[in-house]
Design a protein around this ligand. Structure first.
Ligand SMILES: NC(=O)c1ccc[n+]([C@@H]2O[C@H](COP(=O)([O-])OP(=O)(O)OC[C@H]3O[C@@H](n4cnc5c(N)ncnc54)[C@H](O)[C@@H]3O)[C@@H](O)[C@H]2O)c1
Length: 266
């Protein structure tokens, strides 16, 4: 498929995980991609892996000037911007509400919600200039469908992204800009593996434990998310806007707390 031939795509947080996998997918389908990340080295490494159709830029999505400069990089390097995947996000420290500090709350909301808004704020004029386009925002299955102990700010940020996207979709339809949210369940990346070790055995054990509790009996892979992002960003989804799509192998169909042992799981 060459759905993104002649398209210019910006991916935030593209230095690893889901952003990287999506950037690779876009390029595979013909796009030229701007790889934005707060970590310059990670962004450059991905751009080097992609080759001549990618440009790396250091950008912190909580800073509007950084957001404007990643959009400018797209326009200066490739002449326009057609697609934005606003993916950058953090998990934050797990702390229950009673112990949580205001700073911990602010940090997660700042990156996951305000950063998403700033990415859109900086990108929309460029998309309008291009005659329209598509934005895919990163949500999460958690927050709307279930929750995790000690992750209050994360849940709040991801649900708020869905509300913001519906509003953007309503207001931007007249400019031929579509806005959708993806809501992944647990996906095999560093963010979901918060164990502070790179030991491959620990990594495997951690994710295997989840696979047993997911109806499709597998943990999602970054490529699963990338395929969905590419679909929503492409003309195949030309009549889809304001939607949010679960990518979770059925993880949220039955609350895990209602099925404490595997035998009660279908
Ligand atoms: N992995 C999962 O299970 C999962 C599930 C649902 C949603 N998500 C969401 O997907 C997104 C990506 O997650 P991931 O698993 O690939 O994480 P990851 O930690 O592997 O990658 C995130 C990238 O974002 C970058 N980043 C962090 N703060 C930034 C900032 N302020 N500005 C720009 N870049 C920044 C990091 O440097 C990193 O390269 C996040 O928004 C996360 O909440 C992940």
């Amino acid at each position: 498929m060459n759905r993104f031939e002649d398209k210019v795509v910006l991916v935030t947080g593209a230095g690893g995980g889901l952003g990287k996998a999506s950037a690779l997918r876009f390029v595979e389908e013909g796009a030229r991609v701007v790889i934005a990340d707060i970590d310059q080295e990670r962004a450059q490494a991905v751009a080097d892996e992609v080759g001549s159709n990618a440009t790396a830029v250091k950008a912190d999505v909580t800073n509007i000037d950084n957001c404007k400069s990643m959009v400018q990089t797209a326009q200066n390097t490739y002449g326009k911007l057609d697609v934005v995947f606003a993916n950058a996000g953090i998990g934050g420290e797990k702390t229950e509400f009673v112990e949580m500090t205001i700073e911990q709350w602010d940090q997660v909301i700042d990156v996951n919600l305000r950063g998403m808004m700033l990415t859109c704020k900086a990108s929309v004029p460029a998309l309008i200039d291009a005659g329209g386009g598509s934005m895919v925002l990163m949500g999460s299955s958690t927050g709307g469908w279930d929750t995790i102990l000690g992750s209050g700010p994360y849940m709040a940020s991801k649900e708020a992204v869905k509300a913001m996207a519906r509003n953007l979709a309503l207001e931007l339809g007249r400019y031929n800009i579509r806005v959708n949210v993806i809501c992944p369940g647990i996906i095999q990346t560093k963010l979901s593996f918060r164990q502070g070790t790179d030991d491959p055995e620990a990594w495997e054990q951690f994710f295997d434990k989840y696979a047993d509790r997911i109806p499709l009996r597998r943990v999602g892979q970054p490529e699963d998310v990338a395929a969905t992002v590419a679909f929503l960003a492409s003309d195949d989804a030309r009549h889809i806007t304001g939607s949010s799509l679960l990518i979770d192998g059925g993880q949220t169909l039955q609350s895990w707390s209602n099925s404490p042992d595997e035998t009660t799981y279908p």
